[in-house]
Design a protein around this ligand. Structure first.
Ligand code: B12
Length: 261
């Protein structure tokens, strides 16, 4: 019986609280009945029961990709989870542009780059380019944003130099490669450069990438972090919100009741 205040949750598969989950992984063996049994055993060894190999496909020579359906006895207490989140009530494209026009009275300048040795530009392009991502316009499309996409492998000192030269309101750093935590080292180095140039605290610094979340970005010294599936409008709203906050013009009612400020 759960104690008062607790909120115990378990995965929902076929019915509530049945603990059913779907796992996917690859084993370095060719597809066969023996390979399927190996996949099932692997999942049982992780503590799951009612194991069912739902799909198995050749991934490459001597590699098989599996999808396994299985039951977990685990649960979490949702009431104990405390994670920082970027929460801003979102305005639509026209309303956000109008807010900038009325409250800032000039274009919001944004610089973005994929930094260090990282050459994965698709993520930062999705946020900045005209076309955008998942049916959501990129920042270049907003008439009240001036967005500069510096592309890939931009050195941190160069990005900071450009931010100073353009009087940027926000700098967007994209990090996709995370091997040996290179994204963290690179992000920390960017923050050091921003501090050296006297930029730190004067503009919004955003970190993004598939393995980035808001908590990690805060730990690394950024103002906000954005992960997989981020839409350009999430980023546009955050930037305007934090700029208005810095200008002492944050409109009231920007947070939903109960959300962190
Ligand atoms: C396309 C791709 C490439 C292309 C990149 C082309 C290009 N111009 O970008 C090429 C072929 C060049 C490439 C090269 C390499 N790649 Co590659 N690549 C990929 C792949 C298949 C897709 C990445 C992608 O485009 N995702 C789509 C975008 C839209 O998603 P996203 O980046 O997550 O961006 C979203 C959010 O994260 C967020 N976001 C991202 N950045 C930012 C920034 C800000 C400020 C904000 C607000 C939001 C934000 O918004 C975006 C929209 O929602 C992935 C595997 C995969 N399926 O993800 C591997 C992958 C990223 N690559 C990988 C690797 C290892 C490499 C290489 C090192 C391979 C090699 N040995 O040469 C090289 C690296 C070269 C280098 N110096 O960086 C690994 C990285 C592993 C790791 N965790 O470190 C992956 C995961 C593949 C794998 N499973 O091994 N790659």
């Amino acid at each position: 019986m759960a104690k008062p205040g607790k909120q115990i949750i378990r995965p929902y598969g076929d019915r509530r609280d049945d603990g059913m989950v779907q796992l996917s992984f690859t084993l370095p063996v060719p597809l066969s009945e023996k390979a399927k049994e190996a996949a099932a055993q692997f999942v049982r060894k992780m503590g799951f029961s009612d194991v069912k190999v739902a799909a198995s496909e050749r991934a490459a020579d001597s590699y098989t990709f599996f999808v396994v359906y299985a039951r977990s006895g685990m649960y979490v207490d949702y009431s104990e989870i405390d994670v920082p989140e970027v929460v801003v009530k979102k305005l639509g494209f026209d309303d956000l542009n109008k807010l900038i026009e009325d409250q800032v009275g000039r274009k919001v300048v944004v610089l973005g780059a994929c930094t260090g040795t990282d050459s994965h530009t698709v993520g930062i392009d999705a946020i900045l380019n005209m076309k955008g991502f998942a049916g959501d316009y990129g920042l270049e499309r907003y008439p009240w944003f001036e967005a500069h996409n510096l592309g890939s492998q931009v050195p941190n000192d160069e990005l900071v130099r450009r931010a100073v030269a353009t009087h940027a309101d926000a700098v967007l750093v994209s990090q996709v490669v995370t091997q040996r935590d290179v994204h963290k080292d690179n992000a920390r180095q960017f923050i050091e450069e921003a501090k050296k140039a006297g930029l730190y605290g004067k503009l919004s610094l955003l970190l993004g990438g598939p393995r980035v979340d808001h908590k990690l970005a805060l730990e690394l010294g950024f103002d906000a972090g954005f992960g997989a599936g981020t839409k350009p409008s999430d980023v546009a709203n955050y930037i305007v919100h934090s700029l208005l906050k810095r200008l002492g013009k944050e409109p009231s009612g920007q947070h939903n009741p109960g959300e962190p400020q």
